[in-house]
Write a protein that binds this ligand. Structure first.
Ligand code: TLP
Length: 337
């Protein structure tokens, strides 16, 4: 089976398993897990913030950020197809009492400064005020778009001009960094917090990091506990994350493989390929996505439905170039059947 559903499906490497087994651990709720502490300080350094917090998932990282930045009843601006809005079970309303103002992005998921400025609501006797702008890079639903650092800066500056803080959902920020050939912290110059997932292309088994100022992370730590995310000997799962943080460069291979898959699928009549910028490839298929995906699964290729006729293929560490070529052959046979 060639599994292209997501880069979340990677299995830990032998060395990650070894690191987990050897990890120095303690009770992280008391701040005594040395491995977690090491992971948090390395993540903070790479992301260009004072401090960071290890969290069980990207979803929890985003939800903690939203709750920490805002007051109940405020509005949050996010892109119409952003993960925080589309795929987090309405958590913004459930956990933080936020009213969501989704805005359609242009250029595959980019929120323009003018759209952000128009979406900001000033607090008055009738209006709740905007409490947060949430950006996403890479933009998953738009096809893994690697948004340029300057565009993140522009959006964030617009929000700051109105006193609105900015959170960056950087689940795949490392992919954006590789695509633009810049360091991770170049994307965070103008934002107030950012997440990075260790368990996607970076290949760790569990967890994400949320980074921000010392006082932000202090408050975020309490929200993590509130949501049930206070972990104990978490060094066992954090240790592989340290290896993940040092393996950013390997994402280049995933991007090359996505391009190879795109080129191969583009040659198949009936498929419309949306050119990939990172490791995510969107393809419009000639029949309803579930039917197409069933046929692919029968041919031992797995992918994900993103819309009625839209399918996502995601490359990752556990699919080689040869596997990608084989997947393309199998998909060709599915389309011609
Ligand atoms: N995305 C998953 C699915 O939930 C769609 C995937 O397979 O791509 N932000 C972004 C941009 C994400 O793509 C995801 C996961 C998350 C946050 C949430 O991360 P987890 O799964 O760790 O909660």
């Amino acid at each position: 089976m060639i599994d292209l559903r997501s880069d979340t499906v990677t299995k830990p490497t032998d060395s990650m398993r070894e690191l987990a087994a050897q990890a120095t651990v303690g009770d992280d709720v008391y701040g005594e897990d040395q491995t977690v502490n090491e992971l948090e300080s390395r993540a903070a350094e790479l992301l260009g913030f004072e401090d960071a917090l290890y969290v069980p998932s990207g979803t929890m990282g985003n939800q903690i950020a939203a709750r920490t930045h805002t007051e109940p009843g405020q509005e949050i601006i996010c892109e119409r197809d952003s993960h925080i809005y589309r795929w987090e079970l309405g958590g913004l309303a459930q956990h933080s009492g936020l009213q969501t103002r989704p805005i359609a992005g242009t250029d595959r998921g980019v929120l323009r400064p003018s759209a952000i400025a128009d979406g900001i609501v000033e607090e008055d006797a009738h209006r709740p005020g905007t409490g947060l702008l949430a950006l996403e890079n890479t933009h998953n639903a738009a096809g893994g778009t690697a948004i340029a650092p300057s565009r993140i800066d522009e959006g964030a500056t617009t929000a700051h001009e109105q006193g609105v803080p900015v959170h960056l959902d950087g689940a795949r920020l490392a992919n954006a960094a590789v695509a633009h050939d810049v360091a991770l912290d170049r994307f965070t110059d103008a934002v107030d917090s950012a997440t990075l997932c260790l368990s996607k292309g970076l290949g760790a088994p569990v967890g994400s990091v949320l980074a921000g100022s010392v006082s932000f992370i202090e408050r975020a730590r309490r929200v993590r506990k509130l949501l049930g995310g206070g972990m104990r000997q978490a060094g066992m799962i954090a240790a592989p994350g340290l290896e993940a943080l040092e393996s950013i460069d390997r994402l280049e291979t995933d991007h090359e493989n996505a391009t190879i898959l795109a080129d191969r699928l583009d040659a198949i009549d009936g498929l419309t390929v949306h050119p990939p910028e990172t490791n995510i490839l969107l393809v419009t298929v000639p029949e309803p996505a579930p039917t197409f995906l069933d046929a692919c699964a029968n041919a031992d290729v797995l992918a994900t439905a993103f819309d009625e006729y839209l399918v996502r293929f995601t490359t990752h560490r556990d699919v080689s170039r040869a596997a990608v070529e084989t997947a393309a052959d199998r998909i060709a046979s599915v389309v011609s059947a």
